[in-house]
Design a protein. Structure first.
Length: 239
């Protein structure tokens, strides 16, 4: 006959509950780590895409601005190339507003050129707004017969044949893992054209000759990590 005092082997209900609790805590920890790593991965992917788009836009900008002053007699900064601060492209009139600057930085750059046998105006405009509409736009080319871009605010930039081309988005603010709201509200682009009256500049590392100019354009921005990004371009059509 079995002794009643004999201790039975096996798992008790309490030990099973303790084991279940430990397993649940471990599962929650794993899920939390996965959520954090996914958030970091998603933010990193968005940052990489935005920086790649910015690099592409700056490259296209450098190529586009070399048309400034082409085949324009005595092309001059302030006449055939201007910077505009506080620029805004009205959706109804399709005209730019803002303040013309003889020197200084702005969010729009307008220039005259003659690459097709007729004088045209074109430009770059950074729209500083969120909601999917902001970013860097190439506007034009449109006819501007005098070549003097002083009438930039009367030109119609958005036409059926030449709608503005967005070269880079303006990413909206995003919190991101470990970052406060607005920490990623970056990628703004500004233009600063200056005249180098005492010296000449050389584009693309070319050495002197006809490939030298008197105007240097600096295009500045900030990448998604907050580091400043800038490029300088020698505009050799301005002597």
């Amino acid at each position: 006959m079995r002794n009643r005092k004999e201790i039975q082997a096996g798992e008790s209900l309490i030990s099973l509950m303790v084991g279940f609790l430990i397993s649940a805590i471990a599962a929650l920890a794993i899920l939390s780590m996965f959520k954090v790593s996914s958030r970091y991965g998603g933010t990193a992917g968005q940052d990489a895409a935005a920086d790649a788009q910015l690099s592409s836009a700056l490259l296209r900008t450098g190529l586009a601005v070399q048309d400034a002053g082409f085949n324009i007699t005595a092309a001059a900064l302030g006449t055939h190339l201007i910077v505009i601060s506080g620029a805004d492209l009205d959706s109804a009139s399709c005209q730019l507003s803002g303040t013309y600057l003889a020197t200084g930085s702005g969010n729009a750059l307008i220039w005259a050129m003659n690459t097709t046998g007729t004088t045209q105006c074109a430009g770059l405009y950074f729209k500083d707004t969120s909601g999917g509409q902001g970013g860097l736009y190439y506007i034009g080319p449109v006819s501007c017969t005098s070549g003097d871009v002083s009438a930039w605010n009367t030109l119609t930039w958005n036409t059926t044949s030449k709608p503005p081309q967005r070269w880079a988005d303006r990413p909206d603010s995003q919190t991101g893992a470990g970052n406060s709201t607005g920490a990623y509200d970056r990628t703004k682009i500004t233009f600063d054209a200056v005249s180098t009256t005492s010296t000449t500049c050389k584009p693309f590392g070319l050495d002197g000759g006809s490939k030298s100019g008197k105007v240097v354009l600096t295009v500045s921005s900030t990448n998604r990590s907050g580091a400043p990004v800038s490029e300088q371009h020698c505009l050799f059509n301005f002597k």
